[in-house]
Design a binder for this molecule. Structure first.
Ligand code: KG4
Length: 345
């Protein structure tokens, strides 16, 4: 273990909260490797099947860790600690990463560091590509965390001091994309497909219902229902409606989801007078959301932080980064730790 704070700190990160098995190595905040193995097995089911996910994690975890160490060019004896996602996520999946970490940390006689998956998404913004990479949000900043399971506005006062000031009261933004995409007969996850088809569509073609929710909270279930009813009614008139208007439907859906997300974020920025604004999570890969951030930066003089694509979806680099911060604080986990499926930040 590295006792001297001036010495380099090398962290192995392990992520297994859903359907991606990932391992990454970070040294002093600089990325050395980030290996992700997806799981194609779920495609046939239109969603993640928890039991199949945990089995695939068991098969993937050793080769993925091996590859991450290889790409980083280090041996496992160089590691100072192992950071792992404790939750939230699928329990069976999390158990694989947690148990593996316990085994390897015991064998190497190094500490293990538990990481909250949601906080890790936020802290992905501090991963350095190299020594010269200094563009990171300054505290305090606001982070829009949008994924398949979460839509939150987080006030980040420090790396270990985060407050969720707004969140969805029903579906998440990614869920809205995925469920509406399913109605259109697109594959799973539908978000990336909607993004692609929307590029050729008219965002003003269809008017979808926008939620009225207090404060900084979100709601996407009404939007989803209005999308469903629009299609149900139009199909009665024209059985080829979806095929003919797919691009316009995707563009209108995407436009409305992003309007809803940005309306609340703008309100939070104005009220809290914080113009450091980041976006994180799977939906932050969306091209129109990225464009909306750029437009807001221009129009309202926000300092914006958009993650590289590799850090938008689930990845272990963000886990290792969070682990690095915790390591510096000597915030280690005990061996009897168990994963958790649900949590607030
Ligand atoms: O953070 P993430 O990888 O994991 C979970 O929440 O489990 O987010 C996945 C979500 C899915 O709902 C997916 O459809 C959405 O992110 N997503 C997108 C795009 N890429 C991924 N949604 C819209 N546009 C995209 N380009």
């Amino acid at each position: 273990m590295c006792e001297n704070s001036t010495m380099s700190v090398t962290i192995l990160g392990i992520e297994s909260s859903c359907d991606d098995t990932s391992a990454a190595v970070i040294r002093d905040g600089i990325i050395l490797s980030n290996v992700i193995a997806g799981q194609k097995v779920h495609e046939a089911y239109g969603g993640v099947v928890p039991e199949l996910a945990s089995r695939a994690h068991q098969q993937n975890i050793i080769p993925v860790v091996h590859e991450a160490l290889k790409q980083a060019g280090i041996g496992k004896e160089t590691l100072d600690a192992i950071a792992f996602t404790r939750g939230p996520g699928l329990l069976g999946s999390l158990l694989v990463g947690t148990s593996f970490t316990k085994g390897l940390a015991t064998a190497l006689e190094i500490p293990m560091v538990e990481v909250n998956h949601l906080q890790a998404h936020v802290l992905a913004h501090f991963i350095k590509a190299d020594e010269s990479d200094t563009k990171h949000p300054a505290f305090p900043f606001l982070c829009l965390l949008v994924s398949g399971g979460n839509s939150q506005i987080i006030l980040v006062r420090n790396w270990n001091d985060m407050e969720v000031i707004g969140q969805t009261i029903d579906d998440a933004a990614g869920e809205a994309f995925d469920k509406c995409a399913k109605v259109l007969g697109l594959g799973y996850p539908g978000g990336p497909m909607v993004d692609r088809l929307a590029k050729e569509g008219d965002p003003m073609a269809f008017r979808l219902s926008k939620p009225v929710v207090a404060g900084y909270d979100y709601s996407f279930s009404g939007l989803k229902t209005s999308f469903l009813y629009l299609i149900r009614d139009a199909l009665k008139e024209d059985p080829d409606f979806i095929e003919k208007r797919k691009n316009d439907l995707c563009a209108s859906l995407q436009y409305t989801v992003i309007e809803v997300l940005m309306d609340k974020l703008r309100k939070a920025v104005k009220d809290l007078k914080i113009r450091e604004v980041a976006v994180a999570g799977g939906v932050s890969a969306n091209s129109a959301l990225r464009k909306a951030f750029e437009e807001h930066a221009e129009k309202y003089r926000w300092n914006i932080y958009i993650p590289p694509f590799a850090y938008t979806t689930d990845n272990a680099a963000m886990v290792a980064m969070n682990g690095y911060f915790k390591y510096l604080d000597k915030d280690f986990s005990s061996m009897d730790i168990a994963p958790f499926s649900r949590v607030v930040i």
